[in-house]
Design a protein around this ligand. Sequence first.
Ligand code: PXG
Length: 455
Amino acid sequence: MAYLNRTTEQWQEIDSAHHLHPFTDYKSLAKEGSNIIVKADGVYLTNTDNKQFLDAMSGLWCVNVGYGRKILADVAYKQMQELPYYNSFFKTATAPSIELAQQLAEISPGDLNHAFFSSSGSEANDTVVRMVRRYWDLKGQPNKKTFISREYAYHGSTMTGMSLGGMTAMHEQGGMMPGFAHVMPPYWYKYGQEMSPEEFGIFTANKIEEKILELGPENIAAFIGEPIQGAGGVIIPPETYWPRVQEICSKYDILVVVDEVICGFGRTGNWFGSDTYGINPDIITMAKGISSGYIPLSGIMVGKRVSDVLIDEGGEFYHGYTYSGHPVACAVAIENLKIIREENLIENSKNTSVYLNEKMKEIADHPLVGEVRMKSYIGCVELVKDKEKGTMFEDTGAVGTICRDYCIENGLIMRAVRDGMIFCPPLIFSKNHIDELVEKLKKSLDQTHNHINKN
Ligand code: PXG
């Protein structure tokens, strides 16, 4: 492709002249220039200066099977030649969308047997809100419209995703829609250190009950939560949290929606985070790992309680997207699931994560590190002002950003959420990759420590 023949400087100039990036401070990007990635293989990325990076973030929490899987490209190529597009509206369908729906029903928890497809996590969560509200209308309880979520939750960036999510900075831009409420997340290190994690799990789950009683159970449609809050800083709930959430939702007849966009497809050591935490959801949201990010695809799996009502009593559901069940995306996802199954990636990554956990003890000893928390192949290294007292930095995010920049300089991609250094590596990450990650992270932490002590 002729246009690829440009220098880094040329790319950066064109980029800032014409391209508005997601979640970006445009002025500072124009000054610093983008890191332009041109190719990837396995767990490594290469940029326009031919510099290599170990990708400990699986892209944006999505490339579960790693880069360079030729078979996924071949499947897309074949499907594009045979049938590049057809829709699932007006009583039509395509073979890959039907096949994928069946395979997802097999691996999904409980009685989640019906799939509704879309192209991004945000769209899938929009479908959740439309479908749940429709369900309660059909049940003769039209006041049940409000969703309860958590602070620091991330459920997408559309108006619905942003409103479902608990990111105040996002609410301040665009205006949160009515019908969404947020409660304290089970973030023990930040809010719960005076209690045991087990007590804190119950304490934060009870915040949901308090919110239900405040707003009136007759007005609450559903609780939505990520099994582990990803973009909010890998907030790993105490074991007591989800069972209590489930109990509260049953008590007040409130649907449980589990956003599996990050936790799904092997991330926490099982197919779904719901399996890891014993959650029995009415609906789950899926994206990212469903296609390992090779092609945009998302969807929701709907349990019998909701699907029976929609199917038997619903009439036409006026909702759907041009690309719902896109045949190329579904064909790639089917092959992606096959890779995960045949290479035993979930079990293998869970086993190898024991080594990562062991190596992270070296990181936990670092004077900048308050705690390391992880579950299989997702985790966070919490950087703190005072390790002994467990006090966080006042200027939230500043130190995290410094450390993130050192990581990148050292050829390691990690994500900083506030002052938490996040890792979410491809499930193919080996012991050698783990050694490289820990060595580079340690170096970056030392540099960060020197940097902040100097200034
Ligand atoms: N739910 C969850 C749990 C997510 O993590 C979405 C929904 C929305 O998916 P789409 O495909 O609409 O982006 C996400 C996405 C970050 C970051 O900075 C995280 C996400 C997306 C972009 C950035 O960590 N998660």
